[in-house]
Design a protein around this ligand. Structure first.
Ligand SMILES: [Zn+2]
Ligand SMILES: [Zn+2]
Length: 243
């Protein structure tokens, strides 16, 4: 890099002072978070479930561990990889992004996804990914919120990972929010909620489905089933946070 690079960045920092996405305090130019907030954002460390990334206390032999949630049911996706734990500051950021319209938070969250995409062996295993697919919102919910958070995350990740974004799914039924439902109720709530988008064929494609939060996996599993029925060869899942 020439001497002008950091100098220009510093000058831009004077014109547009950066603030921390966590606490609005000052940050170094080019950083999303101050040191204090960065220390409150936790990744997922081993051991964790190799299917859904649920972290677990204790030790497991050779990393071949599957959690009880994944043991009982057969997910249609290959794996879910979550970039961060859904706790503390991460939980607040996800909530501010979705419910308080803080659209700019797609950038730091998209950066977490890009970093995870670049480094996680489970996502890189198998044939190359053809495209990113966001979990869709019903048009009514999208109007209420102003944007689809999963699509915004896909756009940020797509630019960094140089992957196209395919709106390959439609939400055809307006569903109540899942937050307070148990696992069985979630499955019932989602039945027939998604359909393939006719204008975006997926036959033979290896897809990376993207969403903000992975809770029981019911939403991304239902989306995966619809994509597979439409002919997708495989679906891997990448989410910002594991609840
Ligand atoms: Zn901060
Ligand atoms: Zn699991």
């Amino acid at each position: 890099m020439s001497w002008a690079g950091p100098w220009l960045e510093a000058a831009a920092g004077l014109l547009y002072p950066s603030v921390c996405a966590g606490c609005q305090g000052p940050v170094m130019a080019g950083e999303d978070f101050c040191g204090r907030c960065a220390g409150k954002i936790n990744g997922i460390e081993e051991p964790f479930c190799r299917v859904c990334s649920q972290p677990f206390e204790g030790e497991f032999p050779d990393g071949g561990f599957t959690c009880s949630n994944c043991h009982e049911r057969k997910f249609a996706f290959e794996c879910n990889v979550s970039a961060r734990r859904h706790a503390g500051l991460v939980r607040d950021l996800v909530s501010r992004f979705k419910y308080q319209g803080e659209y700019y938070l797609r950038k730091p969250m998209g950066a977490w996804l890009a970093e995870t995409w670049a480094t996680d062996a489970r996502l890189r295993a198998g044939p190359p990914v053809s495209a990113l697919v966001p979990v869709p919102l019903h048009p009514r919910r999208r109007r209420e919120r102003g944007f689809n958070q999963a699509e915004a995350l896909c756009r940020t990740l797509g630019k960094r990972a140089r992957l196209p974004v395919w709106n390959a799914l439609r939400r055809v039924r307006y569903t109540e929010t899942q937050t307070h439902l148990a696992r069985d109720e979630r499955l019932e709530n989602l039945r027939g909620a998604f359909a393939p988008a006719r204008w975006r064929p997926v036959a033979g494609a290896h897809l990376l489905l993207v969403d903000d939060v992975f809770t029981t996996g019911s939403t991304v599993d239902e989306c995966t089933r619809v994509l597979r029925r439409a002919g997708a060869a495989s679906v891997r899942v990448l989410t910002v946070a594991r609840r």
